[in-house]
Design a protein around this ligand. Structure first.
Ligand code: GDP
Length: 202
């Protein structure tokens, strides 16, 4: 699996404004600083593709990138900005949840989770919401190259990954697929692309 072409198509504020050509799409979402831009760039091997403003409240947009002229990679704004005002967060929740619930061409949400730190409440809440609403999800664990540091309780990425899966299990009928990645070593890059190819061919 290879990305041969990647083009930015459009930014939409509402689900109704998203591209209407019916090609399948995969949405990348995660807490701010989880490594989403790095992963996006590693996936498409283009440094300047993910040029979206990182300021909370500035780009509350659904960004569509067309890959290989056959599927969309959708960049959603990150959640969990401590600095974002309450009404910005509420608005964000409303529009992303509307997207998840109503976007018919959405094949799977790629939920990014930082594997170098213990599970965060906001990530657990997010994953369980997707599970409870039966939205197909793939867990993409990021920063798997980061080895233990004092401040993360001394756990290895593998242990954080296992803990996270155990904590969300009850919200899913079947355990969601998961992939361990690193944008530093490109670990998991091919696996993500293969996973997407397999889901598209169902
Ligand atoms: P975003 O806010 O989710 O788009 O996160 P960024 O891609 O900007 O990354 C946030 C920080 O994490 C940056 O300092 C990156 O260098 C770092 N980072 C991202 N991915 C990785 C990774 O796979 N491994 C390591 N060690 N650091 C990473």
């Amino acid at each position: 699996a290879q990305v041969t072409t990647a083009e930015f198509v459009k930014s939409s504020v509402r689900t109704e404004d998203c591209p209407a050509d019916g090609i399948p799409e995969f949405a990348l979402v995660g807490r701010s600083n989880v490594g989403k831009s790095s992963l996006l760039n590693s996936l498409v091997r283009r440094k300047r593709l993910a040029l979206t403003s990182k300021k909370p409240g500035k780009t509350q947009c659904i960004n569509h990138f067309r890959i290989n002229d056959s599927w969309y990679l959708v960049d959603l704004p990150g959640y969990g900005y401590a600095a974002a005002p309450h009404e910005v967060r509420t608005n964000w929740e409303k529009f992303t949840k509307d997207y998840f619930l109503n976007r018919e061409t959405l094949v799977s949400v790629l939920l990014l989770i930082d594997a170098s730190i213990p599970a965060k409440k906001i990530d657990l809440e997010y994953a369980s919401w997707l599970g409870q609403n039966q939205i197909p999800m793939t867990l993409i664990f990021t920063k798997c190259d980061k080895r233990k540091k004092k401040r993360n309780g001394g756990k290895r990425p593998e242990e954080n990954v296992e803990d996270f899966q155990n904590l969300i299990r009850e919200f899913f009928q079947a355990a969601p697929p998961w992939i361990m990645t690193s944008s530093v070593t490109n670990q998991g890059r091919d696996e993500i692309l293969l996973h997407i190819a397999q889901l598209r061919n169902y």
